[in-house]
Design a protein around this ligand. Sequence first.
Ligand code: SF4
Length: 583
Amino acid sequence: MVDKYLRRVLYIDLTRLRYWVEDREDLFDRWLGGTGVAVQLLKEELPKGADPLGPENVIVFAVGPLVGYYPLASKTVAVFKSPLTGNFGESHAGGRSAIAIRMAGYGAIVIKGKSRIPIYIAIHGNKVYFRDASAYWGMGSSYTVGRVIRENEISPGHRTIMRIGRAGEKLVRYAGVITETYRHFGRLGLGAVFGSKKLKALVVSGKLELPVKDKIRFRDIYKEIYDRAVKSPVMKKYHDLGTPANVLHLNEIHALPTRNLKQSSFEHADKISGENLAKNYLGRRVACAHCPVACIHIASWREPYVDEPYFYKTMFVSYDYEPTYSLGAMLGIKDPVGLLKLIETVEVMGLDAMSTGVSLAWATEALERGIISEKDTIVKLSWGDYENYIRAIELIVEQPNDFYKNLAMGIDHCSAIYGGQEFALAFGKNEMPGYHTGPAAHIGYLIGARHSHLDNAGYSLDQKTLGETLSPQELIDRLVTEESWRQILSSLVVCFFARGIYKPELVRDALEPLGYSFSVDELKKLGEEIYREKYRLKVREGFSISGLRIPDRIFETESAKGFITRDYIIEALNYFKEKMNIK
Ligand code: SF4
């Protein structure tokens, strides 16, 4: 059933600089691919209680059966133990990563151990090379690292270059991994895990041809998916304005977290809206490999060279809703170029935009309240002052004093030391995504396996039920059903933006010409099993619902569904504990 390439797992041991391939048909047959298989590989390889920044931590990249075949099956799943939460870490990225891994002939890559010196790994089909990366370690910009490696790793076929910036090297707990410049394994600190292993980059290339069992049926299903992607309204919004289209909508319904969620709407939202950015700064759109939608919006603007009149460089940066919220509204930034410069700084350093923005928002309020002083922050942090925020981002990476060392470990950690936990917006120790839509969003962050809005889309449930009140039990049931089905999408591995296309019946039909035979019920049951497996791993690594901290701030600021109460959230969490049979 599983094709001969997908079931190959490449194991890489950085301590011994060795690699080998194993046929893991057992795993791909049982768990499909992507998240389903990656969780099993992590369970096998990660010692219980492992230090996330120790050599015993393991990184698993996995793709799935639809990758390389159908449009929008363009994502790679990474799982690891997160240095930010100390528990299960999962992050998804597109770019060319998924297609390159698939075309190189692997379903998953497992990286363990720790190199003695900075290295990067180059995987070209069946060959794996360990290259000395000492010359790249300490380079100021992640862009430059990508450019230099691109020159050195010329190879036919599809190629991906994943790399870290200075933030990963300096073990900032929310450092990300950048792939193809404009895409990221952003959340939960994969960049710091790379850094701890002295792994600067991972290059993968390949040019296989994938087998198709039933070519005629495949062509029909392909056309159906392609047409829905480009001709139906389902994906149009992603192409036109992209996710920043959310800014004005969320602002209008009072769901846009602003100035550390002291407000849920921003009086300058129009300036950083998708509409304004598209009108004045959109340079072009790009797409992940094998995606006809092209939702990645690239802004451009001109910057004068210092002391060189009439000499300009043109800057490019990709913008989505999440950085626009976290580095824009959350910091009170109304200048669109200021926002783009902040996004650019985060890119250059290789940081997660959401955690960075939310951390700076907490620090700004802590400074306002006198919990910390300018001696700690070195620069004066004040809402809207993007130049000082740029400097503060550099300081998070440099870590010149105890305050920045602690801030680089996330705001759950930092606020436990300095105070201000009641307005430290982290859930399960992961900084908050950009939705104050109502209780489902926040409960979703708390119970989501990776504490991300993408786990169970609570923000979407709130918006679909505006004006209605769900019982805590119904809310939990709906979030769990959504998160369970998403395990199938992330095992195939399909971009979550295409969830409106890849409905259960279509997934069943799409798998069929590739030799898989699943009923819709079987797929849903498998999704539930993968979800439970993830939770078992979380619990094994010490996660408990009772240990979750709920910041007071979310009860103080009115959401799109009115004020949220602590009692409602506690009742929902108690029901979740019973349902999942966990503490
Ligand atoms: S919709 Fe956007 S993120 Fe998703 S695969 Fe296409 S370009 Fe990539």
